[in-house]
Design a protein around this ligand. Structure first.
Ligand code: SAM
Length: 277
């Protein structure tokens, strides 16, 4: 890995390690604009889920939700299927998917942050769900065999990867032929100014690492995927981007307000679907 990639990974791990600890203590400011994920707007976190989905979840699983969508609604999961959740965090999508695939199916979560792995395992134990396993590892080196899952889901994580080409190649490798990639993610409608990509806090806040929709399409194609759909669902305005920026140090910037003007309106939640042929 390059030094820059190592710095990104370390910043992201520190950020989500702290988030997992804060969730366990009852407060968090992560990809979400509010100080508490239970108080999020509709753009991030638990607000993306239907009430009936949340009803049976342990409180900490819902509170740990840091996603930008609901990938469990993007895939037509069937009983008996095997699912992998890339960057599973506190495990909300693992638990919801485990219910969908039933006792004959199996759901793997994968996360590189030890505190998140511990939080997800605790939530799964509390929910009494047995058809899941949380793996500790990275998107760029998935610890599963080739063709071992039917569906890959992910919620607000691909944008955080310092090597998205490798992460998408790994998603393709572990899917069986015909398998579905069904992901919620942050994407860009236009490139950000170069200075934005240098801000590690903005990267950990799910903005600076996001791909434009054209870049995403090209990288999925390069990885071998077909039937690619990228559909923006929400555009983040200036206030939303300012709320994310407020959680990290912008003192090194000569003109933070100008940067916010440049970034506002470019950042979107989207769903991304593609198939391994
Ligand atoms: C924004 S949170 C989303 C968590 C979860 N998907 C959800 O919806 O609540 C991002 C998660 O991805 C994990 N993550 C980020 N980059 C990763 C990588 N390259 N490999 C594995 N996990 C990663 C972080 O540790 C964190 O738990």
């Amino acid at each position: 890995m390059t030094t820059k990639a190592e710095q990104i990974r370390s910043q992201v791990r520190d950020h989500y390690g702290a988030a997992a600890r804060q969730v366990a203590e009852g407060s968090c400011n992560c990809c979400t604009p509010g100080p508490n994920p239970l108080d999020t707007t509709d753009s991030f976190g638990v607000g993306q889920y239907a009430e009936h989905q949340l009803a049976d979840l342990p409180a900490f699983a819902a509170a740990a939700s840091l996603g930008c969508g609901n990938p469990t609604m993007l895939a037509n999961m069937e009983a008996g299927q095997r699912v992998l959740d890339l960057g599973s965090g506190g495990g909300i999508d693992v638990l919801l998917s485990a219910k969908r695939v039933g006792p004959t199916g199996f759901v793997y979560g994968l996360d590189m942050t030890p505190e998140m792995v511990a939080l997800a395992r605790r939530n799964i134990a509390e929910a009494g769900v047995e058809n899941t396993e949380i793996l500790e590892g990275t998107l760029e080196d998935v610890p599963l065999p080739d063709g071992s899952v039917d569906v890959v889901i992910s919620n607000c994580v691909i944008n955080l990867s310092p090597d998205k080409g490798q992460a998408l190649a790994e998603a393709f490798r572990v899917l069986r032929p015909g398998g579905l990639f069904a992901v919620s993610d942050v994407v860009l409608s236009r490139p950000l100014p170069p200075v934005a990509h240098e801000l590690l806090g903005l990267w950990a806040g799910c903005v600076a690492g996001a791909l434009t929709t054209d870049e995403y399409q090209a990288m999925l194609t390069e990885a071998g995927f077909t039937d690619i759909e990228i559909v923006p669902t929400l555009v983040h305005d200036r206030a939303a981007v300012a709320a994310i920026a407020a959680s990290f140090d912008t003192s090194g910037l000569t003109d933070p307000e100008a940067l916010l003007d440049d970034v506002a309106g470019a950042v979107m939640n989207a769903f991304v679907r593609a198939r391994r042929p």
